[in-house]
Each structure stands twice: as structure tokens, then as C-alpha cells.
Design a protein around this ligand. Structure first.
Ligand SMILES: Nc1nc2c(ncn2[C@@H]2O[C@H](COP(=O)(O)OP(=O)(O)OP(=O)(O)O)[C@@H](O)[C@H]2O)c(=O)[nH]1
Ligand SMILES: [Mg+2]
Length: 240
């Protein structure tokens, strides 16, 4: 069965655990007001019949250990769900890691970049008078949300990002749109996965061939040492 791996990522405490729970419709992922995720955990989920692993990593806190661990996992994922907190103006870490991600694929034209879904959490915290009747935002609130979403796209250096604004505490707001957006990118995620596996297989076949070649040459040189200088040159010429 095909499985997609999606990584919800964010700066520390920007709600990846809450996002996993919202996408799964459960309270399995640990969430807390103080940093709760100290190691990677996977949660299974299904979108449009496609089995998906949500890989919840510790939030980026600027430490070398976590940044390096995230950088290592990032290129081998099929989809990234990038989470940004509406009421946190510091977005340098988001911009830096996303720039690394884009750069990684820009310098490897044989690799297909996995889709990135950008989510803006904590929308309730920037709106006065939350929650609204029937969970419907006023025109003024909608205007403010549109401004924040546009500012996030600029801050992370990706004008084409179209971030999805959500509130992940009760009453949840706009999580259906988030699910739809993740679902809409599944095809792209599967293509990125196929490309990754093909490129990785090619690389490992090349390594295998190089190893076999080295073994062959080594074996031939052992045989060659027992041959006359003339025979040795001829045989090695054929093998390489
Ligand atoms: N008001 C509000 N609070 C939220 C929202 N999303 C998450 N929270 C709260 O923010 C806190 C942190 O959320 P988590 O989901 O634990 O964040 P995290 O990114 O997993 O955190 P670490 O893994 O510890 O870095 C929790 O207390 C959540 O309940 C939201 O949309 N609105
Ligand atoms: Mg967490």
C-alpha cells in the first residue's frame, strides 16, 4: 500500500501537536503550553483513502540539535505542513528553514520538491470578541485574517504560499479547509515520493556497481600479480 509521510513543522509551540490532532480528529498527540514534544512521533491518518503518516517533530527552538535533526528529515518527506502562529511576529526561523528546503531542491534538479502547505494557527488570538456566533467571522475579522495571512506569506519569503488560517482550540475554525488543502496536495506528494525513491534507488545502484567494480578490479589485480606483465595489462584493460 502506498503511504505518504507528511511532517507538520513549526517553531516551538506553534501548534504542530494540535494540528496533528485536528487532522486526525483525535487527542492523541501531546500538546501543552510549555514545550511538550521532545522527540519524533508518528501518527497514522487517512486522506482520501491514502494512508498517511504525520511525523510530529520537536518544534524548532533555534538549538543546533533540533535544527540539524529537522534539516536531515526534511528532504526525505513527501509533504511538509508548515505551521506559523498568528500572534507570534518572530518568523526568521521559518524563513531560514524554508529557504534551506527550497535551496536543497533548487540545487538538485533531478529531485521533485514535496508540496508545502502553510498553516497559520491561533487565529482566535488575534481577533476581538472570539468566538463568534455560529463560528462565522465578521467582515472586519475576515479583513484582519486576510492581512495576517498575507503578512505571513511575505515574512516567510513565499508570495505564492496561500497560507490556511485556522483556530485549533474549541470552537475549531477552518480546519475543514485545512484538510481539503492537505488532500489537494496528495497527488503531488505521491509524485514527490516516486521521484525520491527512483533517484535514491539509482544512487544505490550506482554505489553497488562501483563496489562491484572495485571488487572486480581488486580480484583481477590479485590474479594479475600471479600473471606475466603482458597478460596483466591486457586483462585489466578489458575489465575497466
Ligand atoms: N488559542 C489557541 N491556542 C492554540 C491553538 N493551537 C494550539 N494552541 C495551544 O498552544 C499550545 C501549544 O500547542 P502544541 O500543539 O502543543 O504546540 P507544539 O508545536 O506541538 O509544541 P512543541 O512540540 O512543544 O514545540 C497548547 O496549549 C495548545 O492548546 C490555536 O489555534 N489557538
Ligand atoms: Mg508538539
Amino acid at each position: 500500500m502506498t503511504r505518504v509521510t507528511a511532517i507538520p513543522l513549526s517553531a516551538s509551540l506553534c501548534a504542530t501537536g494540535s494540528l496533528v490532532n485536528a487532522l486526525r480528529g483525535s487527542d492523541l498527540a501531546e500538546t501543552d503550553v510549555v514545550a511538550a514534544t521532545d522527540r519524533a512521533r508518528t501518527y497514522s491518518c487517512e486522506f482520501d483513502g491514502v494512508a498517511t503518516f504525520l511525523l510530529d517533530l520537536p518544534g524548532l527552538d533555534g538549538s543546533k540539535r533540533i535544527t540539524e535533526a529537522v534539516m536531515k528529515d526534511l528532504p526525505s518527506t513527501d509533504m511538509v505542513i508548515w505551521t506559523i502562529r498568528a500572534n507570534r511576529p518572530a518568523r526568521e526561523i521559518d524563513r531560514a528553514v524554508l529557504a534551506y528546503f527550497h535551496e536543497h531542491f533548487a540545487t538538485r534538479p533531478e529531485r521533485r520538491m514535496p508540496p508545502v502547505v502553510v498553516v497559520v494557527t491561533g487565529i482566535d488570538q488575534i481577533l476581538r470578541g472570539w468566538p463568534y456566533a455560529e463560528n462565522l467571522l465578521s467582515d472586519e475579522a475576515m479583513g484582519l485574517v486576510a492581512d495576517v495571512v498575507a503578512a505571513v506569506a511575505v515574512d516567510i519569503g513565499d508570495n505564492g504560499a496561500r497560507p490556511v488560517p485556522v483556530a485549533l482550540v474549541e470552537p475549531e475554525w477552518n480546519t475543514g479547509t485545512l484538510r481539503d488543502r492537505v488532500q489537494a496536495h496528495l497527488g503531488e506528494a505521491l509524485m514527490a515520493q516516486r521521484n525520491r525513491l527512483r533517484v535514491e534507488n539509482r544512487a544505490s545502484l550506482r554505489q553497488e556497481a562501483a563496489r562491484t567494480g572495485r571488487g572486480l578490479r581488486h580480484g583481477l589485480s590479485l590474479i594479475g600479480s600471479r600473471m606475466s606483465p603482458k597478460q596483466k595489462t591486457d586483462d585489466q584493460g578489458d575489465a575497466t
